[in-house]
Design a protein. Structure first.
Ligand code: ZN
Length: 165
């Protein structure tokens, strides 16, 4: 069992975070942005960085190389929709996509690149760890409210829009 405290102060215990999110045992800050049969989209529970979204498969698999063609379709489709949503809603202009196989459950980070942080810690993958550390240590109440507001906007964006299906 692992244990985390999310950025709203709630404690969660889990064996696998992405499985717990998929089966509803771990409630993300603001709730899930979107889910279908293949994937979940929601805010990272520990890092209050506005617009930071995590897209995970529902199946407990480790690598993108283990996905079915349908899962591959859904993943890239919703990665692109999430990035488009963040841009359409004017949350952020540029993102970084991160996927690490060291995590046992396949997920992708859609990491927003804000000038105020990249100017301090570097643009792209080099700055990510320092930005996360800085955000966790320096976040204020207004920024947490911004994160939650963005989750609400994204929920509305995904729910209120007619996609092709
Ligand atoms: Zn899992």
């Amino acid at each position: 069992m692992k244990e985390i405290t999310d950025y709203l102060g709630n404690n969660w215990k889990y064996d696998c975070m992405s499985c717990s999110i998929a089966n509803g045992n771990l409630k993300l800050p603001g709730g899930l942005v979107f889910e279908n049969n293949y994937l979940t989209i929601g805010a990272d529970p520990e890092i209050p960085l506005n617009g930071f979204m995590v897209i995970a498969t529902k199946r407990h698999i480790n690598s993108i190389s283990e996905t079915t063609s349908q899962e591959r379709y859904e993943l890239i489709d919703y990665i692109s929709r999430t990035i488009k949503a963040l841009k359409d809603l004017e949350i952020v202009k540029e993102v970084l996509i991160v996927q690490e196989e060291r995590s046992k459950h396949l997920h992708f980070w859609i990491f927003p690149c804000y000038e105020k942080y990249t100017s301090l810690f570097g643009r792209g993958i080099v700055g990510v760890n320092d930005i996360i550390k800085y955000v966790k240590e320096n976040v204020n109440k207004e920024e947490i409210q911004e994160c939650l507001k963005t989750v609400e906007k994204l929920k509305e964006y995904f729910g209120g829009r007619k996609w092709k299906e």
